[in-house]
Write a protein that binds this ligand. Structure first.
Ligand SMILES: Cc1cc2nc3c(=O)[nH]c(=O)nc-3n(C[C@H](O)[C@H](O)[C@H](O)COP(=O)(O)OP(=O)(O)OC[C@H]3O[C@@H](n4cnc5c(N)ncnc54)[C@H](O)[C@@H]3O)c2cc1C
Length: 306
């Protein structure tokens, strides 16, 4: 119930104006977002890298409706990748890209062209790109663009969402040699026709997808904070005889940092997804939808006088 309220709010421009303009919203944003600019992204990346963690940086923004905005997003990623290289933060840090921020919904050829430039810049900087998964209306286009990008940049990562009924099939398609695949539960409000609705069904689908990826030839990237799924993934790694460099765990910035440290200390690769930028509204609403405890922070932020 609460989840659908926050996911509906994620698409409301009235709510966006209200929450984005409340000065104290910044407090809760700081928990999940590294800061507004590239310097903040570099600082957070340095801290995580010093702690032995890998990073995937996300420049916040989605559903871009103008070519100018898409071009500005492309430029931001090109600058970010150059700065990461200069700072010696590659290959520890890669980037995550939302094709909708590159104008996918306006002109998917433009989004493809910009993604291609970002992949080339990432390769020149000695690192990789992962294409985030967005709502289900974009899945076919995103996977088609991924296949095209992989012709020149085979290390480009895919993201598959376990809650989509189609995803077991996509896992089979993508569990090939060298294929980097992030498996997450899925963060958007989706209809029953395309997505499992109950938490139990989503968890069961996640395990089925995990089995396909962990037994396949690709490189699974297990993106979850769920202790049961993490334990099952560790079990499958033993079962399918995968060494520590043949899969990784991924978690979001600000979420379960002790667990991130525990897994890294146990010898696993742990990559932290680090968002930055001032377009944080949609991202924040999806985080609130996931965890009722996060809502208390927002309530305090909005009612605080400071
Ligand atoms: C690295 C990464 C990248 C992602 N990329 C995408 C993407 O491209 N597209 C997309 O749709 N979604 C993406 N997501 C979001 C994802 O789909 C889920 O919405 C999000 O991860 C919440 O699901 P969960 O698996 O963590 O488990 P949940 O179902 O949210 O939580 C399960 C259990 O985990 C534990 N837990 C969760 N959060 C906390 C916490 N803060 N503190 C303590 N315990 C906690 C609790 O025990 C909880 O019951 C990504 C997630 C990660 C981690």
């Amino acid at each position: 119930m609460l989840r659908s309220v926050f996911l509906a709010a994620a698409g409301s421009s009235r709510m966006e104006r209200l929450i984005s303009s409340a000065p104290v919203s910044k407090g809760i944003v700081r928990r999940f977002v590294a800061g507004d600019g590239i310097d903040d992204a570099l600082r957070a990346s340095r801290e995580l890298a010093d702690d032995g963690l890998a990073i995937s940086l996300d420049y916040l923004g989605e559903d871009t409706l103008t070519a100018e905005q898409a071009t500005a997003t492309r430029d931001q990623y090109l600058t970010l990748l150059a700065r990461l290289k200069d700072a010696g933060l590659t290959p520890a840090a890669e980037v995550s890209v939302k094709l909708s921020a590159l104008g996918q919904k306006v002109d998917d050829r433009m989004a493809y062209g910009y993604a291609q430039e970002i992949c080339a810049a990432a390769a020149a900087a000695g690192t990789t790109v992962t294409l985030d998964a967005e709502d289900h209306t974009t899945t076919d286009s995103t996977l088609e663009i991924l296949a095209e990008l992989r012709k020149d940049h085979p290390a480009t990562g895919a993201v598959l969402q376990a809650y989509l009924r189609r995803t077991e099939g996509d896992c089979r398609e993508l569990a090939t040699a060298g294929s980097r695949v992030r498996l997450c539960k899925g963060a958007y409000a989706e209809p029953e026709s395309v997505a499992y609705q109950s938490a139990l069904d989503v968890d069961k689908a996640y395990v089925r997808c995990l089995n396909i990826l962990m037994s396949g030839a690709g490189y699974p990237m297990i993106a979850t904070h769920d202790p049961r799924l993490i334990a099952i993934a560790e079990d499958r790694a033993r079962w399918f005889d995968r060494s520590a460099d043949e899969f990784e765990f991924q978690m979001l910035y600000g979420t379960r940092p002790e667990e991130q440290a525990r897994l890294a200390a146990a010898g696993h690769t742990v990559r932290v997804y680090v968002p930055y930028g001032d377009q944080w509204y949609g991202y924040l609403m999806r985080r609130l939808a996931e965890r009722p405890a996060n809502v208390a922070f927002l309530g305090r932020a909005l009612t605080s006088k400071k």
